[in-house]
Write a new protein. Sequence first.
Length: 187
Amino acid sequence: RDSCAGYLNLGCLALTGPGYVKGIEGTTLHVHCRYDVGYKGYKKYWCRGEHDIGCKNIVGTKGGETVERNGHVSIRDHADDLTMTVTMEDLQEHDAGTYWCKIQTMWIWDELSRDVAEMVKVNVILATTPVVSTLLPTTHTFRQNVSIEVSTLYTRSPLTGLHLLLLVFLKLPVFLSILCAVFWVNR
């Protein structure tokens, strides 16, 4: 899980994230990465790829605290609490994958820049998958008070409605018929 393995990078511990997040298809996912005070004012960005070097840049800040957007993904730097927040709206199955919270530390920003990076694996749960909402927390705290918010959506399995219909119109009458037959025989 250590994105700095094998590299001499003194900034590796200066950026922390949740490591793994999951969201439900069609909802909004918020990912928070916390950075060291020394990186206040630096440009932050969110990119996708198996490795932090050469990952595809999706959205980035311009050094301020305004929300920057690219499609359904936005980023905001909260300098007061040293946190960058990435928001992925209308989450889809194809959004699952490996992403990186990154801080631009190089003067020249290209594919080979070795910026401070923290890996975040995103998993998307399909909306048709039965989910028990009490088992999926809305907020979970990770190391160093970094939290992620997962918008929860209670999804009912189509089988739940079918089971209710079978219970009322088939199982209950059969049970009552058997019960009446037992009382009639015992009479």
